[in-house]
Design a protein around this ligand. Structure first.
Ligand code: B1H
Length: 832
């Protein structure tokens, strides 16, 4: 990209280390005091821990600033291709601890705060977490930003600055209740508003034909309403490098703060109302891990952030003096699921209507620009928009989509003559019932690369939901198995293990995770195993303290910690886990001498507020917990706890404390999973089905180091095809029958036999996720877990091997694959 001359570079502005750039603890201490005084207006004598948090965060942001500006400047000067990661969600987690880690400033910050009479850990705990995502998909986007910066790739994340992130979960009488997440109420020291980087976003209205200055016939969009999107930038500092990339989140504002017409006619309230409605767009994250069907506001959110992001790319291209025809050489745009897939039609609109390109040129650029990542096979999670709603909000885009579809279906007909069923299946417009715009189809047609997120998932995609697209364009398909950042989820979350790894492997493992393999040479060293166990034990004590503080439940760190944390969903089968717990309980009650190693079962996760079955599963977990924890006959052998408000913040305490990781989804339903990888890297063993990335984890660790059970995806499909009858499994298994009866009897609900009836009936009558079909295999497999746990030396060996073989699941590996195989991206080292 050629570049315009600039008067001043960052190098001429900054010289030497000062209170804004210095890295030693004395300068940091002064910087914190300066921010307390000048930014917060506080003297140390009256400063609260939250004040110290903010002052330290601002001091650290100052230290990011020169790297951040230098990084943008270098990208601009070098003009290399930029990866743009478009995602409706970024589940970032707290920034301060991560930035200290990535800058190598933890020790200096700790010393600086100690000198001020403060404890760094207490200060870190003050940070509210930016929960701008639901679960795995949003957290994946955050891990990918970390890896992009660490690998020094020119990249930018684009998303939405939700005023309210994912709701805070509270448990009342065992039920989930939701509280709004006011994460911005104390101010956000990490973001910088850029009100000069703002774009118009049009809505509604109609389109019309006109003749341009050259006499050509063209179309234009006459919107009903216009709002503005304002950029808010957050620095994303790489680990151990000077690269500091940008996450740019868009916030909606009224284009005019008042409707002057209404204002002048005296209707002040109508004038202000338009402003309120504009700002609603970025008010709140949809708290579902499935699409909100037919919600106009959700479509508005998607279009809003996508058009701002694409307009921003055009501005960057213009600033650099790049030619519009070269757009795809300058930007690789990745669609994180279909949520940003309106981008395909929007880039066409921008190129044709606003930049005057012809259709073919615009289409070539569009397809070369976009890549599409699919994250789910569940049919109910494939996004579609009712056509009338779509036309009302985005009339020009509907015209463009019709034209894309016309040309696309001609191509389908040419490749598959006389196959009208195929044409109907592949159309961008679904015609069954009310007409729908199919966003996954738009994403596939408009992208040169389509990928799934684990090997099994990518294969199933080609064989099922996207099979027609695979038949037409096999070369577009690939797999990119997910990964997680070892910085946040190992180095930061597990300081004990980090110290042991640093000592054993040297300091480079966080950016070269394959080096974990070298741990295997220590598994036969009893002293090393003893240290490994000591680290785990301390992590379990740390979690036990947290659980006691938040639930009152006391856990013993000598017990086996068996943990399932993830969104609550029937396909993830938290209720299968519960059936096992109730089985153990029942055995203990029936045969008091029944013996097994004592276990603590922990659950965590949010249910979508409208997903009543999931909410009832939470209630059942809490009901079983209350009954079992209070029963003197089981005391000393079983405990159950539901950790409220599972979040990135408490996840960092939970993963390192697990002995056993529950990854027990119905095979074929979990696209990948990423929690499974976080547990593995922290030395947990997995009990799991052959689903998502579990398959590859088991390949890495070997069958002997993985507790496998349950039907395979093929067997699940076959059983469902034959007509699955859960009653058969009930009739053939007295223990299962007794367990279901116990739950249905009201034993766990103070005699109330109604509250869990819907769950019992669902399982015994339809059981869509084959809980009963996998029950016996699961219980038997759990007996294998207990037997293995009894041999602590062998368990420790397996734990070490799980960590050692986890290197593949670094997000660095995943991002390097995207960069090489989809984006054609080269790294650009940054020097401050
Ligand atoms: C995943 C979603 C998702 N798949 C719709 N799909 C949403 C769909 O708000 N919405 O409309 C939100 C989220 N999330 C998860 O992605 C998969 O279930 C996991 O298996 C996978 O590990 C994760 C990351 O790829």
């Amino acid at each position: 990209m050629p570049h315009a001359k600039r008067a001043t570079s960052s190098a001429t502005i900054l010289s030497g280390a000062d209170v804004r750039t210095g890295l030693d603890s004395a300068v940091l201490q002064q910087a914190v005091l300066d921010h307390l005084y000048y930014s917060l207006g506080r003297l140390p004598a009256v400063a609260t821990p939250a004040n110290y948090y903010r002052a330290l965060a601002l001091a650290i942001r100052d230290r990011l600033q020169q790297r951040w500006i230098r990084t943008s400047e270098t990208y601009f000067e070098r003009g290399r291709k930029l990866a743009c990661y478009l995602s409706a969600e970024f589940l970032l987690g707290p920034h301060l601890g991560n930035n200290l880690l990535n800058l190598g400033l933890e020790q200096a910050a700790r010393e600086a705060l100690t000198a001020l009479g403060q404890d760094l850990d207490a200060i870190l705990d003050c940070e509210p977490e930016p929960g701008l995502g639901n679960g795995g998909l949003g957290r994946l986007a955050a891990c990918y930003l970390d890896s992009l910066a660490t690998l020094q790739y020119p990249a930018i994340g684009y998303g939405i600055r939700y005023e309210f992130g994912i709701f805070a979960q509270e448990i009342r009488d065992g039920w989930q209740t939701e509280r709004t997440d006011k994460w911005l109420s104390g101010g956000n020291p990490w973001e910088i508003a850029k009100p000069d980087i703002a774009y118009e976003v049009k809505w509604g209205g109609h389109t019309e034909r006109y003749i341009d200055d050259d006499g050509a016939e063209r179309r234009r969009w006459v919107p009903y309403r216009v709002v503005r999107g304002i950029a808010y930038d957050t620095p994303i500092q790489g680990y151990g490098v000077d690269t500091c990339n940008t996450l740019r989140l868009w916030s909606a504002e009224a284009a005019e703060s008042f409707d002057f017409q209404a204002f002048n006619t005296g209707d002040y309230f109508q004038a202000v109302d338009a402003k309120l409605r504009s700002e609603t767009i970025t008010k709140v994250l949809y708290p579902n891990d499935e699409p909100a069907i037919g919600k106009r506001l959700r479509l508005a959110q998607q279009y809003f952030f996508v058009t701002c992001s694409l307009q921003d790319m055009l501005r960057i291209l213009d600033l650099a003096g790049g030619a519009i025809e070269q757009f795809a050489e300058h930007f690789a745009v990745q669609l994180n699921d279909t949520h940003p897939s309106i981008g395909v039609a929007e880039l066409m609109r921008l190129l044709i209507d606003e930049r005057g390109l012809d259709w073919d040129a615009a289409w070539t650029i569009t397809v070369a620009t976009f890549g599409y990542t699919n994250h789910t096979l569940l049919p109910e999670a494939l996004e579609t928009w009712p056509l009338p709603l779509f036309r009302e909000v985005l009339p020009r885009h509907l015209e463009i989509i019709y034209e894309i579809n016309r040309r696309f279906l001609d191509e389908v007909r040419a490749c598959f003559p006389d196959d009208s069923a195929r044409v109907a299946r592949m159309s961008l417009i679904g015609e069954a019932g009310e007409k729908q715009v199919r966003m996954a189809h738009l994403a596939c047609v408009g992208s040169h690369a389509i990928n799934g997120v684990a090997a099994l998932h990518s294969e199933l995609l080609k064989a099922s939901v996207l099979s027609d697209f695979h038949a037409l364009w096999p070369e577009r398909f690939s797999n990119k198995t997910n990964g997680v950042t070892p910085r946040r989820f190992l180095a930061l979350a597990n300081p004990g293990l980090r110290a042991l790894l640093d000592e054993t492997l040297g300091a480079s493992w966080p950016v070269d995770l394959g080096r974990l393999r070298e741990l295997e040479s220590h598994i036969d060293d009893p002293a090393f195993r003893e240290r490994w166990r000591a680290v785990k034990h301390a992590n379990k004590q740390r979690l036990a303290d947290y659980v006691q503080a938040h639930t009152g439940i006391v856990l013993d760190p000598d017990w086996l910690f068996d943990i399932q944390v993830k969104r609550i969903h029937e396909y993830k089968r938290q209720h299968l886990n519960l059936l096992h717990i109730v089985t153990l309980y029942q055995r203990l009650k029936t045969y008091p001498a029944f013996s097994f190693p004592p276990r603590a079962f922990l659950f965590g996760g949010k249910a979508a507020p409208g997903y009543f079955t999931a909410k009832r599963i939470i209630k059942l977990i809490n009901a079983v917990a209350e009954t079992i924890n209070a029963d003197p006959e089981v005391n000393g052998r079983l405990k159950v706890a539901f950790v409220p408000n599972f979040s990135v913040k408490n996840a960092q305490l939970i993963y390192p404390a697990a002995d056993l990781s529950e990854q027990i989804s119905t095979a074929g339903k979990e696209a990948s999973g990423t929690g499974n990888m976080k547990f593995m890297l922290n030395g947990a063993l997995t009990i799991g089905t052959l689903d998502g990335a579990n398959v590859e984890m088991r390949d890495e660790v070997g069958a002997e180091n993985f507790f496998l059970f349950g039907r395979t995806a093929d067997e699940v499909a076959r059983l469902q095809g034959e007509g699955y009858r859960p009653a058969d499994y009930l009739a053939g298994d007295d223990e299962l029958k007794a367990v279901m009866e116990l739950i249905g009897s009201g034993h766990f609900s103070g005699g109330d036999s109604e509250v869990f009836r819907p769950l019992v009936e669902n399982l015994t009558q339809s059981d869509p996720f084959l809980v009963l079909a996998d029950y016996a295999a699961y219980v038997a497999c759990q007996e294998g877990v207990s037997a293995a746990w009894a041999d602590q030396e062998q368990w420790t060996r397996m734990s070490i091997i799980n960590c050692a073989r986890g290197g593949k699941f670094s997000s660095d590996r995943a991002i390097a694959e995207y960069a090489r195989e989809i984006w054609g991206l080269q790294s650009v080292p940054i020097q401050v």
